[in-house]
Design a protein around this ligand. Structure first.
Ligand SMILES: C[S@@+](CC[C@H](N)C(=O)[O-])C[C@H]1O[C@@H](n2cnc3c(N)ncnc32)[C@H](O)[C@@H]1O
Length: 358
């Protein structure tokens, strides 16, 4: 929890802050500020839960528990000792909780308020507008790990696989694969500047920066794949691309619409705009054999299966579909089924380096 002190100081110090967009929320609740020295963490959680419920904030109790626990230096309210839950809070703690809760009243996601979130057991820094990793993506990572460790023929890499993560966001997929596959190396690409710098920061926090190369790249641009040629062909491509159907964008929760980058979500009319570029990139960069794992909308397995059949030149086959914890078909395994017309593997420059070039 090293982040919270710095973040709270930043939130509370700037004099312009209260006059800013969030100022009204803070001042409108200020008259109800509880008296320092009288309230415990449990009582404050109850107070803020009631306020959030009254204001229609989703997950009212969870939100207030996370905020109070965070200010007291704990990850969850449940992990706090009974003594910590019942002892009176200091004026500083009360003020921090008040300030952070005012952001929640503005529908800011808890992950951005806390400034960090766990993914696959790794604590990652979070900052708007970079996409907040979702629990289903942990299932995608689990599937990849399962295939790589239990079915070596899926990835016939010697000395550990080279993985390409397309649309790395905060680095959630890349960094969890690196931490669970000690021999692996990752090429992480994203078109968003904020995503690129957050992935860099997270890689450094976790001391994984030596095994990852983070490249700003828009995969929809003609010939973008050629920028990745210096790293050699990859064993695996993994991606959680923007895949939401355009018509569904309006129905997203205010937390998502107001704070997360629409470019991380909007997949165009049929959610396929970026997916087809990821498939084309995989076809260019994957070794033969090599695998692509994708997270998609439940309508996509059929759409993607049909699209791949219409593009035999890509030499990619949809070989498996997996369901998420709600039973919806959300994860795809696509395998390279032969040499790709445009870029035979033999055309790659030189042997693959043991370390990724800078
Ligand atoms: C759904 S988010 C996934 C982020 C991260 N992989 C995760 O699972 O938490 C999609 C990511 O793709 C990136 N992206 C969108 N369009 C892109 C493009 N044309 N080229 C490269 N990255 C793109 C976005 O910036 C965003 O970070």
């Amino acid at each position: 929890m090293e982040l919270w002190g710095g973040m709270l100081r930043a939130l509370l110090s700037g004099s312009g802050r209260r006059g800013g967009a969030l100022g009204w929320a803070f001042s409108s609740w200020r008259p109800h500020l509880p008296q320092a020295g009288l309230l415990s963490a449990t009582e404050l959680v109850n107070q803020w839960t009631a306020i959030f419920e009254k204001r229609g904030i989703p997950e009212a109790r969870e939100s207030s528990e996370y905020i109070v626990a965070h200010v007291l230096g704990a990850k969850t309210f449940q992990s706090m000792s009974p003594a910590l839950r019942t002892q009176p809070l200091t004026p500083w703690q009360l003020q921090c909780i008040q300030e952070l809760s005012s952001h929640r009243l503005q529908r800011m996601p808890v992950q951005y308020i806390l400034g960090e979130w766990d993914f696959q057991g790794l604590s990652l820094k979070m900052a708007p507008p970079v996409f907040i990793p979702r629990p289903e993506t942990e299932e995608l990572v689990d599937w990849v790990l399962e295939e790589v460790t239990q079915k070596p023929h899926v990835v016939e890499a010697q000395g550990g696989p080279l993985v390409l993560d397309v649309g790395c966001g905060s680095g959630a997929i890349s960094l969890s694969l690196l931490s669970r596959l000690p021999q692996s190396r990752v090429l992480a690409v994203d078109k968003g500047e904020a995503a690129i710098s957050l992935t860099r920061e997270n890689a450094q926090r976790l001391q994984l920066q030596d095994r990852i190369r983070i490249v700003p790249l828009d995969v929809t641009l003609e010939g973008s794949w050629t920028h990745l040629l210096p790293w050699g062909p990859v064993d695996l491509v993994v991606s959680n691309p923007p895949y939401i159907f355009r018509q569904d964008m309006e129905q997203l929760a205010p937390e998502i619409q107001s704070y997360e980058d629409p470019a991380a979500l909007d997949g165009g009319e049929k959610g396929m705009d970026i997916i087809i570029h990821v498939l084309a990139l995989a076809s260019r960069l994957l070794k033969d054999p090599g695998s692509l794992f994708l997270e998609v909308d439940p309508r996509h397995p059929e759409l993607i299966g049909n699209w791949l059949q219409s593009r035999p030149d890509l030499s990619l086959d949809l070989v498996a579909v997996r369901r998420d914890f709600c039973g919806r078909p959300r994860f795809l395994h696509v395998r390279r089924s032969g040499p790709q017309a445009g870029c035979p593997v033999a055309a790659w420059p030189g042997p693959q380096p043991a370390r990724l070039p800078g």
